[in-house]
Write a protein that binds this ligand. Sequence first.
Ligand code: PSV
Ligand code: MN
Length: 424
Amino acid sequence: MQIDKYKIDEFNNSVLKEHKRRFDFAAEGVNGLDGILKKLVDFQIAIPSWALGTGGTRFGRFSGGGEPRTLEEKIEDVGLLHSLNKSGGAISLHIPWDIPKDAKAIKALAAQHGLRFDAVNSNTFQDQPDQKLSYKFGSLQHVDKATRKQAIDHNIDVIKHGVELGSDSITVWLSDGSCFPGQLNFRKAYQRTLESLQEIYAALPENWKMFVEYKAFEPNFYSMTVGDWGQSLLYAGKLGPKAYTLVDLGHHLPNANIEQIVALLLAEGKLGGFHFNDSKYGDDDLTVGSINPYQLFLIFNELVEGMDARGMQHATDLGWMIDASHNVKDPLEDLLQSIEAIKIAYAQALLVDSKALQAAQEASDVAKAQEILQQAYRTDVRALVAEARLQAGAALQPLQLYRQLKVRDNLIKERGQKTVATGL
Ligand code: PSV
Ligand code: MN
């Protein structure tokens, strides 16, 4: 299914008057309005190929129907999203869940939808049916050299797929670790993982980046070999200038100050990218901004401040991606909400009076600093975000139009009720 541009225009015309009223109100007194709108238009968030179907927990999975059955259909779904909001212009593949059989054709299909390929993701946290050696006790850290080699080769293979698709980064997330005290020699696990990563790093093409993603727990519960940003930074530092830390918002222990982590990684030039989601307990993989929107804003505030301080391009100098699991909502609706939440937090961060904030900080005026941040956070920027969408040729209200056009019903008609997308 594709959404014709005239349907978007028709819809926009039907809500334009109300939008203009809201926009004029929201725009009043905003400094550098055009620059802010341009930044919002440019900011694209990659959609993971594994988040287009219904996610699940170890207790079950409840499919919503019409899920994409093939990589081609996944691309079609991301294309749908992108035509609705012009903000999800990239797709991130997880291999081997989504192996492009004909890379040229897949690349051409993506281009037809205005999409490019974001980071490719390797998978050494599951055993595949045709796999020789098991990852039950780890992959890059494994005590057995042959198992490590198999995992290294897989990552190199993923890079090759990425090259064919025009991607320029690989995200390595390892489930390696241990479940019980004494199971693992931490020092040896670290050393083996580092050496394995070095071999993968050596296979990176010239212009490529490697993102080392950390996670505090799960599936290993006693230790994770890349368990936090410190460990990730250690690996990235030893690997070299093409290696960076990737922050997945759900991968911290409760109450971690993620905004501070982000600020320091940026200051060190070692922040590579983001996986957006939200959580109440741990790695819940909920819709970003649904539980903790203030934290999301604070993270964006550090991002904007830190990127500006280093003269970085917001839209292109870091990898922006959603990594969530849609258990009870329609995945496409959930992704539309996620992108909206990200854009809102970004817009609010762009509104922060950074000069005044710096002055308040230098004067140790704590109350003033808080007021300045909350002034931006409490501003209703939804009409600004909508205006940026309008300027980009997208729908003023993507979710409403998605429902009006009965996209899910159409997908169910096309693909069937009982389809299952690859992923977790
Ligand atoms: C692990 O929980 C993770 O965040 C990594 O990014 C994986 O690639 C992805 O989720 C798989 O669902
Ligand atoms: Mn992730």
